[in-house]
Structures are given as structure tokens and as C-alpha cells.
Ligand binder design. Structure first.
Ligand code: PEP
Length: 252
């Protein structure tokens, strides 16, 4: 029996105006208030513009709020960026780093992701470190090596089960409706955990949560979340609807 409490995290990406974000956050807070609470931690990561209204909307509930990215510095001449200290100041508890859309759209590399994760930890946030292979890499038989290398390159120094979460997100499954099979997901999650044993030791590796992300929906969540090394989900599209996100959480 795993002692790891599952985490269901919503990545809203660049979606929603104030009314949408507030309604979604209030809808989830109302579900939590009505009970029974699902057997997992719940997190939403709105766009930066919605963090304040969402934090206000979920005040007093167990729903945590996080950023979708952060800078590696606390302050300075970095136009358009947001520091982890700023996220923490708004009431965020988590920051996603290294999402494949950041790696693709902003050419982020492992060293930057690691620096961002370390800055998040220094600000008291929990870093969610994303890794995952492309379809071409999977087809070339490179899946385990790509994920191993991204993990080693992106994991922050000082990572513990309390301050760091790993998210395995096969790029070919994100937003495509094509989900990893349970066997594919478990194979990579187990390999990630084995690498964590080497890097952090057996106890820390056993306690660290590894989320699956990539077209997780209410109809496939239960099977994925039942896998021995899948400790929750990072949910994109299905996190934008209260009923879908809640149904996934209830699958834990
Ligand atoms: C994501 O953005 O991290 C993600 C997993 O998206 P989706 O659930 O839409 O595939």
C-alpha cells in the first residue's frame, strides 16, 4: 500500500477571463464544501491574470492554487516574467515548471527548468517538474532514456517528497485525446521512480509523487490512477469543466 497521497492538478493553460476562472474555482470550492472530499489533494493552476480572483474564490477551501511557470530569479529586469516569490505572495502553493508547451514555445531546456524549480523551492513553493518524450522519440525507442535525461537535468537540488512533484507527460498525449496505455504509463513511472532512487535514495523516491498527464479524462482516469507508480494527474482540457475535474478527483 502506497503512503503517497494522490494529487490532482488542473493546468488551465491560457484559458479563461475573470468570470470564467472565478466560476470554475467557485464551482470546485462548492463541491469540496458539499463533501465528501475526494481522497486526494486538489490544485488548480490558472493563468497569471486569474491567480488573484481564484485565490479569493477558493479562500477557506482545501483547493490549492499554483502558477503555470515561474522565473528563476526573485526580481529584476525580466520583462513579462513572474517570480516564484510573487506567486507565493499571491497565495500560490505550487509552480509548474518545464511543461512541454514551455519547452517548445519558449525553447526552455533542462538547466532552465532546474533553475526555475530551485527558485520555486527557495520561495517555499512546491515545484511540479514536467518531463516527457515526443512521438518521434517514442517511435525511435528512446522513451526511457529521454525521460531519464530530462529528469536528471531538471530535478532541483534539494528535492524532497514534500517540495517536489514529478509529472510524466508524453508530449504526444497532451491535448490530443490520445492517452498512454496503462502499461506505457506504468513502465515510464516505474523507470522514473528507479531513477529517483539513484538520485535521492530509496525513502525519498518512495515518497515522491509522480503524476501522469496527457488527455486524462473521467473515462480513463480510474485505470491510470490505479497504477502502482501513478500518484495523480496533471490535467489540461478536462480541468476546465467542474464536473470533469471533479470526476477525475473522485477516481482516486
Ligand atoms: C497538460 O497540459 O498538462 C495536459 C496534460 O493537457 P491535456 O490534459 O489537455 O492533455
Amino acid at each position: 500500500m502506497s503512503a503517497r497521497r494522490k494529487l490532482i492538478a488542473g493546468n488551465w493553460k491560457m484559458n479563461g477571463l475573470r468570470a470564467d476562472g472565478t466560476a470554475l474555482a467557485k464551482g470546485l470550492a462548492a463541491k469540496l464544501a458539499a463533501g465528501p472530499a475526494p481522497a486526494c489533494d486538489l490544485l488548480v493552476c490558472p493563468p497569471f491574470t486569474l491567480i488573484v480572483p481564484v485565490v479569493e474564490a477558493v479562500a477557506g477551501s482545501a483547493l490549492a492554487v499554483g502558477g503555470q511557470d515561474c522565473h528563476a530569479k526573485t526580481s529584476g529586469a525580466h520583462t513579462g516574467d513572474t517570480s516564484p516569490a510573487m506567486l507565493a505572495d499571491l497565495g500560490c502553493r505550487y509552480a509548474i515548471v518545464g511543461h512541454s508547451e514551455r519547452r517548445t514555445d519558449h525553447a526552455e531546456i533542462d538547466a532552465q527548468v532546474k533553475a526555475k524549480a530551485e527558485a520555486a523551492l527557495a520561495a517555499g513553493l512546491i515545484a511540479i517538474v514536467c518531463i516527457g518524450e515526443t512521438l518521434a522519440q517514442r517511435d525511435a525507442g528512446q522513451t526511457l532514456e529521454v525521460n531519464r535525461s530530462q529528469l536528471v537535468g531538471s530535478l532541483p537540488d534539494g528535492a524532497t517528497p514534500e517540495n517536489t512533484v514529478v509529472a510524466y507527460e508524453p508530449v504526444w498525449a497532451i491535448g490530443t485525446g490520445r492517452v498512454a496505455t496503462p502499461a506505457q504509463a506504468q513502465e515510464v513511472h516505474a523507470a522514473i521512480r528507479a531513477e529517483l532512487v539513484k538520485k535521492l535514495g530509496a525513502a525519498a523516491a518512495a515518497g515522491m509523487r509522480i503524476l501522469y498527464g496527457g488527455s486524462m479524462k473521467p473515462d480513463n482516469a480510474r485505470e491510470l490512477l490505479a497504477l502502482p507508480d501513478v500518484d495523480g494527474g496533471l490535467i489540461g482540457g478536462a480541468s476546465l469543466k467542474v464536473a470533469d475535474f471533479w470526476a477525475i478527483a473522485e477516481s482516486c
